[in-house]
Design a protein around this ligand. Structure first.
Ligand SMILES: Nc1ncnc2c1ncn2[C@@H]1O[C@H](COP(=O)(O)OP(=O)(O)O)[C@@H](O)[C@H]1O
Ligand SMILES: [Mg+2]
Length: 283
């Protein structure tokens, strides 16, 4: 399998003092679907930002598509070609859709990427129409993005990224804040895109989604190191790992396909279902 991302001993520190990633060694191959898991603050978003060359390692090296990625490599004129290649190849869906949208209509927002690719007008229109239909947002076509609901904005961001047809998709907690039906829709979409051969890296702590959208899971510890890098099915069934990485709380147990929330009033005594949803089915 061709390696497209290769991080070698990468550390990242914000402002010289806030550590976010520590000594990360990680290779991602073309066509892989990988979940990046870990508690809040463990470094998931920082890792995605490095993969998308939005920030550069404080130390260590990041190679993408066989090239060493540095700030200089992106800023110098000679690097323009690699920069264009990289931007064509990858698409990033941010956690907060507001930072991603700037056009006055949904249609223009989605057309922006394809227009950047210098495609003929007819082809741009065809791509935008196709993706609007695929995502099912025909009704939103002429709306102003800032007037949409959170879930609608998320759909438009996903549509924008897909319209450029990148080989690599990077998504930061894509299901967070979506209603259950939209979450399920997105999980199925990512599943299909994976089957179609896209490389997909998804930061998530949605345990129910992980196995559906990725074969492989990387769990970040609260010390900003990779704790494990293994099959998703192994991670979601490793209770000790999930507890120790703060992906579940000890008052919440998972039993196969069903999540039970047990409210423990006293040690050894279980009250079921008084203070929360119980027996929620997985999508
Ligand atoms: N812009 C920033 N300035 C300073 N510290 C930051 C910034 N962004 C993130 N951090 C810190 O870096 C660490 C990793 O954050 P992040 O990558 O956002 O984690 P996650 O996405 O897993 O929640 C956290 O301790 C966080 O406080
Ligand atoms: Mg994050």
């Amino acid at each position: 399998m061709e390696t497209i991302f290769d991080l070698r001993n990468v550390s990242y520190t914000y402002l010289g003092k806030f550590e976010a990633l520590r000594e990360i060694d990680l290779k991602i191959g073309r066509g892989e679907q990988v979940a990046i898991m870990g508690a809040n603050g463990s470094g998931k978003s920082t890792l995605l930002s490095i993969l998308n060359a939005l920030i550069y390692p404080t130390s260590g090296e990041f190679y993408a598509f066989g090239n060493l990625v540095t700030e200089d490599a992106f800023d110098t004129l000679q690097a323009g070609e690699f920069n264009r290649y990289f931007r064509r190849k990858t698409g990033f869906v941010f956690q907060n859709p507001d930072v991603q949208m700037f056009s006055s209509t949904v249609y223009d927002e989605i057309a922006f990427g394809p227009l950047q690719l210098d495609l003929p007008g007819e082809e741009v229109k065809r791509r935008v129409d196709d993706v609007i239909k695929m995502i099912g947002i025909e009704k939103l076509r002429d709306r102003a993005p800032h007037t949409l609901s959170g879930g609608e904005k998320k759909k438009v961001c996903i549509a924008s990224v897909l319209a450029s047809s990148p080989d690599v998709l990077l998504l930061d907690e894509p299901t967070a804040g979506l209603d259950p039906r939209t979450q399920l829709w997105l999980i199925e979409l990512l599943h299909e895109l994976g089957h179609a051969g896209k490389t997909i890296v998804t930061a998530t702590h949605d345990l129910d989604a992980v196995e559906h959208i990725s074969e492989r899971a990387i769990v970040m510890g609260e010390d900003h190191r990779i704790r494990v890098d293994t099959r998703s099915s192994v991670v979601v069934n490793d209770l000790d790992l999930l507890l120790s990485t703060n992906l579940i709380h000890k008052h919440m147990h998972r039993h196969g396909a069903i999540t039970h929330h047990h409210i423990h009033s006293h040690e050894g005594e279980h009250q079921h279902g008084h203070n929360g949803p119980e027996g929620e089915r997985m999508p």
